[in-house]
Design a protein around this ligand. Structure first.
Ligand SMILES: [Mn+2]
Length: 380
């Protein structure tokens, strides 16, 4: 047809006349003539851009094979193409067949969430669930590290920082745990985790085999200490020198826990950011929680510890909780039981257990007031 257009054009006719004779659009005729004038041909010209991944011949072979046997898999097709020396990726084959309307013939990957999963997830999210004795508000919490050595904070904070930018740390502890490997008087690794994590102390950490994965991920301004009462001179120097915000037991006694928590939140939460709460059980007084490695008298009362956890929970920004240094091998059965109970109390409060009581959001079945002669129903 294109050659026909050109033949008529060469005989001296204009494009309007040609379009009338052949019954074609004028623009089509004009385009054919332009192309011929420019390139001297009417055939399809090679296009610019990425070359096709699969040759027309191989494409025809694919379609032929699938039409012949609709149950053939993309892997088998790949092998068949390899036999004619065409090597293409599995996804190219599937994409090509999809473009030809044949994708429905291939087994698809199962959905990651079945309808049942989705339904369960929807009904459970952000709801208050009934627990045998208490209502617990399920807050979004990503991770919880329990009962181990405080040096695990190196890993938990590093990992947390990798998944979330901008985190801040509330470090509740009798000790600052900020000795560097060179300043530590005891050599205990659980007295050093913070020094590995602070960017400001990076140059003070010697290169040690096996520790190279640790990258400093928080700044001195991203951490607040609460409950300090047993610091080495080196630790005190570092805290003063870097200007780290800390509330020792003196500040706690002077200001009270509510004011301390208010100041902590004001200081850290000038913007929206996740909180990492690293709670060492030795922050609680050893008369209450004795089963721990380095007890120190004069610690937080249980109510102060719970208030602290509640205050952090109320921000809605708690993202990771470490509750560490509960050691069931230390102390008698009663001491271990009391330590574990207090630790569980702190965890519950961090997760949203409210001492003042709570009820589920869908608790609207109506309050019935029974009087001998009538039943009032208040649907609120
Ligand atoms: Mn500690």
């Amino acid at each position: 047809m294109r050659t026909e257009v050109i033949e008529i054009y060469q005989s001296g006719k204009g494009y309007k006349a040609i379009s009338k004779v052949l019954g074609l659009q004028r623009t089509t005729v004009r385009a054919i003539i332009h192309k011929w004038q420019k390139h001297g041909t009417v055939v399809n010209l090679p296009r610019s851009g990425r070359p096709t991944k699969i040759t027309p011949r191989a494409q025809r072979r694919l379609i032929r094979e699938v039409t012949k046997d609709p149950r053939t898999t993309s892997k088998e097709l790949q092998a068949s193409l390899a036999s004619i020396k065409v090597s293409v990726h599995d996804s190219t084959i599937r994409k090509r067949l999809g473009k030809n309307g044949l994708h429905g013939r291939f087994p698809r990957r199962k959905p990651l969430l079945s309808k049942k999963n989705i339904r369960n997830k929807k009904s459970g999210r952000g709801q208050i669930v009934f627990h045998t004795t208490v209502y617990i508000y399920i807050v979004k919490i990503d991770c919880q590290c329990l009962f181990l050595h405080h040096s695990l904070a190196i890993g938990s904070i590093s990992g947390h920082a990798r998944s979330q930018n901008n985190l801040c740390v509330v470090w509740v502890d009798a000790h600052a745990d900020i000795n560097t490997p060179l300043s530590t008087p005891t050599g205990n690794i659980h007295g050093q985790p913070v020094s590995y994590l602070l960017k400001e102390l990076h140059s003070k950490i010697p290169v040690m085999p096996g520790f190279s994965w640790i990258k400093p991920c928080i700044s001195a301004k991203d951490i607040v200490y609460i409950g300090l009462r047993d610091l080495d001179p080196g630790e005190h120097y570092i805290i003063q020198h870097l200007g780290i915000k800390s509330f020792s037991m003196w500040e706690l006694d002077h200001l009270g826990i509510s004011r301390v928590m208010e100041e902590t939140c004001d200081y850290l939460l000038t913007k929206y950011r996740p909180i990492h709460l690293s709670f060492d059980i030795d922050a609680i007084d050893p008369s209450l929680a004795p089963a721990t490695g380095t007890p120190m008298v004069g610690g937080l009362t249980y109510r102060e510890g719970v208030y602290l956890a509640e205050a952090i929970c109320k921000t809605g920004l708690l993202s990771v909780l470490d509750l560490v240094e509960v050691n069931p091998n230390l102390g008698n059965t009663e001491e271990v039981a009391s330590t574990v109970n207090y630790a569980l109390g702190i965890i519950l409060s961090s997760f949203g257990y409210v001492r003042g009581g709570s009820h589920p959001s869908h608790y609207n079945r109506g309050i019935r007031i029974f009087l001998p002669f009538l039943i009032l129903e208040l649907n609120q």
